[in-house]
Design a protein around this ligand. Structure first.
Ligand SMILES: Cc1cc2nc3c(=O)[nH]c(=O)nc-3n(C[C@H](O)[C@H](O)[C@H](O)COP(=O)(O)O)c2cc1C
Length: 315
């Protein structure tokens, strides 16, 4: 047990949430994380709504533990998915890319726990006022769509600004990362990149190998001119994006290049011309493991780290 307000709120054993990952986080990954004591999350992203409903139902067959569905608010399906999670009695919703304020009353009335991802103190405060149960602060180290502030700076500032539990995301890959976030005031962590290489993660094997092979400096951020920057592992696609940035091409050229790029890597395995979204912590990820092994290892290392630091420095 590692008990925090988050574990009590969500009725989970460990304060670890698996990050939603578009095209990747399905019932297999979500149920395996939930069965291992964390909170598994199904990615709604741009998937057809009926496909997400099917994944929710599969997850319920694979685990009797709590799980979440993530709704990307900029997706076309967001409105419809917001209703599906109520119909399917999903216990927890996480949201990305925006302000879910208009859906919160409906979700709360249905007894759903609501946890938005926030890139700033201002949005965290608004979410608390709107009735969110917790917030996830996502640092710029994270894989996928990112904000500007690092986890180290964002987390304590959000912690000081809200009373609800704060969950740290971005750059956490092991028990040292979990302990550090607890020290900074987090009551849980959300991890994406490390779960990419879980046995139960159905991303293409080429994608997993690209994450495992990558080192500390191998990710880069592209798409800043569009207002939706993305962190992914450097390849021919990121180089092409950088050329567009240098030549100040129109936004449409970025959109065209980015269209379908994550699916190209995650589903088809094209890790040169597809978008291999992953965080800066990818350099720490060295092998494929089961979700249970990943979670147990992180928890054991966190216990050890917290104990050792106390013994070493406290007199
Ligand atoms: C491939 C990939 C896809 C992602 N897709 C989503 C998504 O659909 N919705 C969302 O809220 N966050 C998404 N994220 C962010 C993760 O949920 C999580 O917050 C992030 O990966 C945490 O940082 P880390 O990569 O350093 O562990 C994605 C991240 C990755 C790596």
């Amino acid at each position: 047990m590692l008990e925090t307000r988050l574990t009590k709120l969500l009725k989970i054993k460990y304060p670890i949430i698996q990050g939603a990952m578009a095209w990747i986080a399905d019932s297999s990954l979500a149920s395996s994380v939930s069965n291992a004591g964390g909170l598994g999350v199904i990615a709604g992203a741009n998937a057809p709504v009926e496909k997400v409903r099917e994944e929710i139902r599969k997850t319920k067959m694979l685990t009797d533990k709590p799980f979440a569905v993530n709704i990307m608010l900029m997706s076309e399906n967001a409105e419809e998915l917001a209703r599906v999670v109520v119909e399917e009695k999903v216990p927890v919703v996480t949201t990305g890319a925006g302000n879910p304020g208009k859906y919160i009353p409906m979700w709360k009335a249905a007894g759903i726990k609501v946890i938005p991802v926030v890139p700033s103190v201002a949005l965290a405060v608004r979410m608390e006022r709107a009735g969110a149960d917790a917030v996830i602060t996502e640092g710029t180290e994270a894989g996928g769509h990112i904000g500007e502030i690092t986890t180290l700076c964002l987390l304590p500032q959000v912690k000081d600004s809200v009373n609800i539990p704060v969950i740290a995301a971005g750059g956490i890959g092991d028990g040292r990362g979990l302990s550090a976030c607890l020290m900074l005031g987090a009551e849980g962590v959300q991890i994406g990149t490390r779960f990419l290489v879980a046995h139960e993660c159905n991303v293409h094997e080429n994608y997993k190998q690209k994450v495992i092979a990558s080192k500390d400096i191998d990710t880069s951020v592209t798409g800043r001119p569009t207002g939706h920057p993305v962190r992914s592992i450097r390849n021919k696609l990121t180089r092409r994006f950088q050329e567009l940035e240098k030549s100040c091409e129109a936004i449409e050229s970025f959109e065209e290049l980015g269209r379908g790029a994550l699916a190209r890597a995650a589903v088809q395995g094209d890790v040169e011309y597809g978008s291999v979204m992953a965080g800066q912590i990818a350099g720490l990820v060295s092998k494929e493991q089961s979700c249970r092994e990943i979670i147990d290892e992180i928890i054991q290392e966190a216990y050890r780290t917290l104990r050792e630091i106390t013994l070493k420095y406290m007199r």
